[in-house]
Each structure stands twice: as C-alpha cells, then as structure tokens.
Design a protein around this ligand. Structure first.
Ligand code: 3H9
Length: 704
C-alpha cells in the first residue's frame, strides 16, 4: 500500500511507502488525501506524516510531468493538510525535496533527523516550485533567504534548516519514536494548527532595488535559464498579493514550465545521468570489486586533480611520480588548489587538511603493490604508457584494476603491454578532474565485466557521471570535439572572426566559445598533439593552418598574453586583435580561400551539426550505449548547456528530418566528405523513427 493510516494512542500516523524515493505519484497524492480525511473524522489529537525507506518524499514524480494531471493535485492535497483542524506534524528524514518539502510546509510543524536535508531543486529541472514553495518559504524565512534557497536549488542540512526556521525540531531519537514524542509534546502544550498561509511578509523585507540587483546577478550566473527569473516573479507576487492569489499565480507559471523546452531538456538530463552508469548485458553473476585504496601515476595537473577527486570522496590515494622534484611540484599544486577552495569558502581549513592527508606521495612503484586500482595519468605517448603498464603489471596485486586516463590512445594496445588485459580499462577524467563531473569509462576488447561494473560504481561514489565508451580515436567526447573544433577553424578561415564564433556559441549557451577555450588551455597543447599525427589523421590543412601559424608566432593563448585574442596582463580581459585577423587573412590566401561573410545562423548550425552527425556515427558503431549517454558526455565534459539537453536531445527536438536536410545542404554547398549524413541518421529519417524508437528496438533485439 502506498499510503496507510493507523492510530498510536491519541495520534494518527500517516505512512507513505513508495520506493525508491517516495515520489508524489498519483497514488500517493490520493492516499494522503484520503488519510487526512480519515484522520479528521476520528478522535486523534494530532496527525504525524512520515515515510518508510531511505527518505521522506523527494518530490513530485518527475515521470508524470508533460502528461495529463490526475486529481488530486499536490496543491489540493496541501490545502487539505493545511486546513486540518488538528495539528499536522511532518517528520523528515533523508532528502525532503521539491513537492516533498512543499507538502511538509503545508503541515503545521516540521521535525527532522539530524542527517535530513531539505531543498527546492525544481530550478535544476527548469521548473519552479508548483505547490506553494514560492509563497510559503518567503513567509517562513524571509525574502532574501527564500530567493537564495529557491533559485539556488541546493540542499540544506537539518541544522541550518532549523536555524532558518524551515523546521521546528531536530530529533535525537529514531525517526518514528522522535516524531511521536514531539507530537505528544505539542498535544500536551495545547498547540493548535499553525498555518504558514496566515503569516505575513514584512513589507520592508526586500526593496525593489535589491530585487533588481538580484535579477541582474541571476542573469549573469544563470545565463540563458528561464526558471530563476520566474521564481523571482513568484516571490515578488508573494510580497504583494494575498496568499491564494499568489498560489494561483505560482501554479500557472509552474504548469507553463512543465511544458517548456528548457524543462524537457533538464528532465532529460536528470534521467540521462541516472541511466548512464547502467550497462545492460553485463554478467549479473559478477560483483563489483571492492576499492579501498587507489593510486595515481603521474602528479601533473591531471594526476593531481584525479587524486583530489578520490580524496574528496574519502578514498586514500597514493600519488606516484618519477622523481622527488616532480612529486614535490605535484603535491604543491594540490596544496595550492585546496587553498583556493578554502579561500572561496567551499571547504573549511580542517576539511581541506583531512582530505589532503589522504594523499600520500611516492616515487617507488612498490608502494602500489597493495592498491585495488591504479590510474595512469602520464604524458600522452604510447611508448611511455606501455612502459608504465608493464611496470604496473609487475608490482600490482592480482585483481587490481589498471586504468589509463588516455584521451586518444588505443587502450587495446596499452592492455597488451600487460599479462592481464582483462583488468585494463580506460578511466578518462576531464580537467580539472576534481571539478568536472564527466568520467568516460572505456571498455577495451578484453576488459572484464567486473571491471566495468566496478568502474561505474566507483564513478558514482566519487560523484561523477560515469559513461561507457568503446575504443576509438577520442572515444565519445574528444571524437566529437574534433569535428566541432574543425568547424571553428573552417569558419575562421572562410570569413568569421574569433569573437563572432565565440559569441554565437556562448549565446547558444556553451560555457565558453571554442577559440576562447583554446586560448585557456594553451594552443601549444593541440599543436604538439597534431605533430604526432599522420597527415591523414590531421585532416584538411585549412582546419589547422591558423592554429599552427599562431603557435609558430609564439601566441600560445592566455599564458603568453595572446592567442586568438589579446589578454590584458592584469585583468586577463580579452580583446580582438588585428594581428590575428591578418594571420587569418594570410592563411586564407595561402590556402586559396576567398573570405566571405558568415551568418550567425550558419556558424551555429555548422558547429551543432558537426557534433550531431558524429554522434550518430558513434551510436551506429556502438561506441556509445545510448543517445542520452552522448548528451551526458557533452553536458558534463564540454560545457554544452544542460537546458538544451545535449546534442542528441537537441537533434531530436529540431527533428531528425530537419537535421538530415541541414547536413545534406552543407554537403551540397561544400562538397566536403565529412558532411555526408551519418547512415543511421538517414536510416531513421527514412523509417520515420526517432532516436527513442531506435533505442527501444535495439533493447528489444538484445533481449534486455
Ligand atoms: C517537484 O517536486 C515539483 C513540485 O514543486 C510541484 C509539484 C506539483 N521522480 O538519484 P537516484 C528515481 S519537481 C521520479 O539514483 P540517490 C531515479 O530516476 C521534483 N523518479 O538516488 C532513480 O531511478 P532508477 C523535485 C525519481 O539516492 C531512483 O529514483 N525533486 C525521482 O542518489 C533513485 O534515484 C527533485 O528534483 C522523482 N522525483 O538520490 C529530486 N527522484 O533507479 C530528484 C528520483 O530507475 N531526485 N527518482 O534509475 C534526487 O535528487 C535524487 O534522486 C535523490 C536520491 C536525492 C532523491
């Protein structure tokens, strides 16, 4: 039964049991409404609402959005709770989120276990609270705190929630015993219903200038996102309008949001992240291996970042470097990075020291004998990597997982340098590895199922979004990135300027434009990588002529004060540089390109279509398991706006037929082979199918 009601002496107890997270699906809403009606009719003195399982209600059932709503709605249930003639007490544990917290706010009192967390994360789904959150929270905790809480969408610990006034009592006891004791105390004290709807917001709690400044900040920090501004609208309405009108206003905006493109995209991302670690077809009999201690080989920026990612999750790490000097430099960089985190107030000095103490440096391979996982993060060179793996094979214990962080190299070849290719896997982190959430888990030809299962579980344990990829040049993300970067270069030589290209893509919502990214990471990095490639691998010379010329002039990007832009040495502010335009024009002439004006629309489409076309190829080759995995890669590793749902989701919304036509149009106008539409795209359009149809038929065929 989803919702049950029983008596414990003078108390009525409503229990919700809808695993895994007690989401407010239709049955739960109906059950709570019936239970509250039953409780009004008996001689109970107060009513307690609590949940079974790991959490209080974690929100509305996200799978129900976009479908017709079945009565009762959550606002109706909440109204019934708030109207109760007897005090209603919500007892929170786990994560009381979204509609779950809104239901609790419609109760008259709230108690919580010390480990409970509360929050209104609707904004992260492109939504706004739709059952009173924007109207009740400012009444309870004031406008400034409410704005931060609702536009931020973050979770708030029980102690802070108590301090803010969101909850009334922290429980020392177990949930049920504590909640019943609190309810009895309220009954004994003669406490009646206390309704937030009857509270008023102080007229002077937030002046119009403060709200305007708040909106400006949101515009900058949440560039392109619609929901945060609508939340401010709702809170403003709460300040100036009677409760029921405010509630109706919020509800109307909420319903609009559920139908918005941004919310559809962000909901897609919610499920994409949760799907990604699942690998159908793995041998179910194998259990993930136990990982208690890991090692990282190479203490450069990447290796250090990976070590921090593990230390941040409480996992001890041994960091190995060739010599003491390199090790000292690596440890110093880690120290500096923790220092920056502390200075930003994101960690206390004690927390940072605790984490840092989990990282032990060494120059001796024997120190790796006892670890369960080693991640190699040395220079991107096959011979060097093979030597490292041969050495790991000698020292690591049987069953240890040997992982490489390579971005492009053939992991099968690396695995062949060991006597245990079944234990070799790619764990491709993204820089800065302690921050970026993407982790590509690359399955090589002989990688054991247990190794994949372990990598997926471990990825989640360290807070990453692990995505399975197959072996190919660049795996999922970098393989697509190559196409995207090529378009940036071709647009430059054909007629655009850096600021136009970066402007178009940042307006679309990319975290940064491709040329500004190049300057940030250093143009010499990809220059060196290109030197190692064959002419054929390098592709069309027009697609790297400008980049090569800049590097050869010593313009390596931000670090030399000049790359595609010129950088102010103090502020690092970038400006367009006529010298770059001269380089572009010279290279265009050298390669026989007549420069022309490119429209913003052409620039945007060429970048997006390049990503999408390659995404289809990656799917048909089985390099990615599912379209949403590609979206997770691009959003979490490459700054694609989550509110557009990733390149494959974007393709679906634009319509596969339209995408195919656009790509064919580019093929017709340029004659370039890379604009041949991917066969899978053509096939789906011809069969009038979507990517979801394709995935469903593949899943059926695999019997999963
Ligand atoms: C809202 O409430 C709107 C209201 O204002 C207005 C209403 C009128 N619905 O994350 P996990 C599934 S908007 C449906 O791996 P964890 C999830 O897909 C909502 N399904 O566990 C997964 O399924 P599977 C506001 C949901 O322990 C399984 O549960 N609330 C929902 O790492 C386990 O999830 C939120 O945004 C849901 N609401 O984390 C909270 N939630 O096993 C969203 C989860 O098949 N949820 N599932 O892959 C979360 O943040 C995390 O799931 C939570 C648990 C912290 C609760």
């Amino acid at each position: 039964m989803l919702v049950s009601y029983h008596r414990v002496d003078e108390l009525g107890v409503i229990t919700i049991n809808n695993p895994p997270v007690n989401a407010l699906s239709h049955g739960v809403r109906q059950g709570v409404q019936q239970a509250i009606t039953a409780a009004q009719a008996d001689d109970s003195k107060a009513i307690v609402i609590l949940c079974e399982g790991r959490t209080f209600i974690a929100g509305a059932d996200i799978t129900e959005f976009g479908k017709p709503m079945q009565a009762p709605s959550l606002p109706e249930v909440n109204a019934a709770l708030e109207a109760s003639a007897k005090p209603v007490i919500a007892a929170l544990h786990g994560t009381a989120l979204g509609g779950g917290l809104e239901l609790a706010l419609s109760c008259h009192y709230r108690c919580a276990t010390a480990s409970a967390k509360v929050g209104l994360p609707e904004v992260t789904l492109g939504l706004i609270p739709g059952a009173g959150g924007t109207q009740r929270v400012p009444r309870l905790i004031g406008v400034p705190a409410a704005l931060d809480m609702i536009t931020g969408g973050h979770r708030i610990g029980a102690e802070q929630a108590l301090a803010l006034g969101l909850i009334d009592r922290l429980l020392d006891d177990t949930l049920e015993a504590g909640a019943l004791a609190y309810a009895r105390e309220l009954v004994a004290a003669g406490a009646g219903p206390r309704r937030i709807r009857d509270m008023s917001i102080a007229a002077d709690s937030c002046d119009p200038d403060t709200i305007a400044a708040y909106r400006d900040r949101l515009h900058k920090r949440r560039r392109g996102q619609e929901a945060p501004q609508i939340i401010v609208d709702c809170v403003e309405v709460a300040m100036t309008t009677p409760f029921d009108e405010g509630l109706a206003y919020e509800r109307a905006r909420f319903v609009e949001r559920t139908q918005s493109e941004q919310s559809a995209a962000l909901r897609h991302m919610f499920f994409a992240e949760r799907q990604a670690p699942k690998v159908p077809g793995l041998d179910q009999a194998v259990a993930p291996r136990n990982i208690e201690r890991v090692a990282v080989v190479g203490a450069g920026t990447m290796g250090g970042g990976i070590a921090m990612a593990f230390a941040n999750a409480g996992i001890p790490v041994t960091l190995l470097e060739r010599d003491q000097e390199g090790l000292d430099a690596g440890l110093a960089l880690i120290d500096k990075n923790y220092g920056i985190t502390v200075s930003k107030g994101k960690l206390t000095p004690d927390e940072a020291s605790e984490r840092q103490a989990l990282i032990a440096g060494t120059t001796d391979y024997q120190a790796l004998a006892k670890v369960e996982l080693v991640i190699e993060a040395v220079f991107e060179n096959m011979d060097v990597k093979k030597q490292v793996f041969a050495r790991l094979d000698e020292v690591c214990k049987p069953g240890a997982i040997l992982a490489t962080n390579t971005s492009y190299l053939d992991i099968n070849e690396i695995a062949a340098a060991t006597t245990r290719p079944e234990d070799v896997v790619g764990l491709h982190f993204f820089s800065p590895a302690n921050v970026m959430r993407l982790l590509e888990v690359v399955r090589a030809a002989h990688t054991a199922d247990a190794v994949i299962a372990t990598a997926m579980a471990l990825g989640r344990r360290i807070g990453k979004v692990p995505v399975l990829a197959g072996v190919c040049f660049g795996f999922i993300g970098n393989r697509m990135l190559r196409q995207y970067v090529r378009e940036a270069q071709l647009c430059l030589i054909e007629g655009a300027e850096p600021a136009q290209i970066d402007g178009v893509l940042t307006r679309f919502g990319m975290a940064m434009g491709p040329l500004a990214v190049g300057d940030l990471s250093g143009l010499d990095i990809s220059y060196k990588a290109r030197q190692a490639l064959t002419r054929e691998q390098k592709g069309d010379p027009r697609s790297y002529a400008i980049a090569d010329a800049l590097v050869e002039m010593g313009r390596l990007g931000q670090k030399t004060g000049a790359g595609y832009y010129r950088y102010d040495p103090q502020t690092r502010a970038r400006t367009a540089d006529p010298e770059v335009l001269a380089v572009i024009e010279a290279q265009a002439e050298k390669h026989g390109v007549t420069r022309r004006e490119l429209s913003d629309e052409e620039i945007l489409d060429r970048h997006l279509m390049a990503l999408i076309n390659e995404g289809f190829r990656i799917l048909e080759e089985g390099i990615a398991q599912r379209p949403s995995d590609i979206d997770a890669v691009y959003v979490h590793g490459y700054g694609f706006p989550a509110y557009r749902g990733g390149p494959m989701f974007y393709a679906g919304r634009r319509g596969l037929r339209a995408v195919r036509e656009r790509i064919e149009g580019l093929h017709a106008s340029t004659g370039e082979a890379h604009w041949q539409p991917a066969p899978l795209l053509v096939e789906l359009v011809e069969a009038d199918q979507t990517l979801d149809d394709w995935l469903a038929s593949r899943t059926r065929a695999a019997g999963q």
